[in-house]
Design a protein around this ligand. Sequence first.
Ligand SMILES: CCCCCCCC(=O)SCCNC(=O)CCNC(=O)[C@H](O)C(C)(C)COP(=O)(O)OP(=O)(O)OC[C@H]1O[C@@H](n2cnc3c(N)ncnc32)[C@H](O)[C@@H]1OP(=O)(O)O
Length: 237
Amino acid sequence: MLRSCTAGLRSIWALRGRREGAPRLSMDLQPARRLFSTEKVIHKDWALPNPSWSKDLKLLFDQFMKKCEDGSWERLPSYKRTSTQESEDFKTYFLDPKLVEEERLSQAQLFTRGFEDGLGFEYVIFKNNDEKRTVCLFQGGPYLQGVPGLLHGGAMATMIDIALGSCTGGAVMTANLNINFKRPVPLCSVVVINSQLDKLEGRKLFLSCNVRSVDEKTLYSEATGLFIKLDPEKSST
Ligand SMILES: CCCCCCCC(=O)SCCNC(=O)CCNC(=O)[C@H](O)C(C)(C)COP(=O)(O)OP(=O)(O)OC[C@H]1O[C@@H](n2cnc3c(N)ncnc32)[C@H](O)[C@@H]1OP(=O)(O)O
């Protein structure tokens, strides 16, 4: 779900307060099933600053929010739970009730948003629709460690997948992801993922990105991805 940046700016301080406060889950002591029900959750936007964000991340965030003011860029909100529209988009293809119990599905959440503030994936994505590109600001927390003191390559791959996916629209799936890890990323540092749509060929979207340090001096990774727009005539399950 995209939202205009102007609206984002208007409500950002209110949302900051919400993010930093207690989770807005229903606390009416209903059974767990109701607690996890999407109807009962007030969706919180996680792509907003919280106290764990480093100075670098906050600075870059503020710079991009400024770029949003003329409408050329927009900040993409991010939610733990899939929106009703997204669920509908994918239901046709994947949600075979025989494969996933409704109970389990009601607990589902985006795994990059499943960590306490600062421990896992802290990120925000800005999109330039005209230029078909996005910039993802990412700070990988201590629970994403691979080699001691360094970010796990799988965590980087996850963020690359999400960053590339943010250049697409509608119901798409990653078909191919190629990553060259050139330099290790220090744990808890901030990296910038620049992604772009290179080519659209029928249902195939060819994308690429690079991952750099905030000062742009270090190139950590380069990647290409192929995403496929799902065909409504086909079901993948
Ligand atoms: C907000 C949250 C963001 C989260 C982002 C998360 C993104 C993900 O993690 S997605 C999960 C990982 N990906 C998957 O599980 C996908 C599994 N694969 C699939 O379901 C299917 O293979 C799918 C949907 C990608 C394509 O299937 P289908 O729609 O039947 O397409 P299909 O007809 O096989 O191929 C279409 C075209 O793509 C090409 N293609 C498909 N796969 C590949 C591939 N791996 N490499 C190269 N080309 C490919 C085909 O050759 C064909 O080309 P052409 O049209 O020129 O003949």
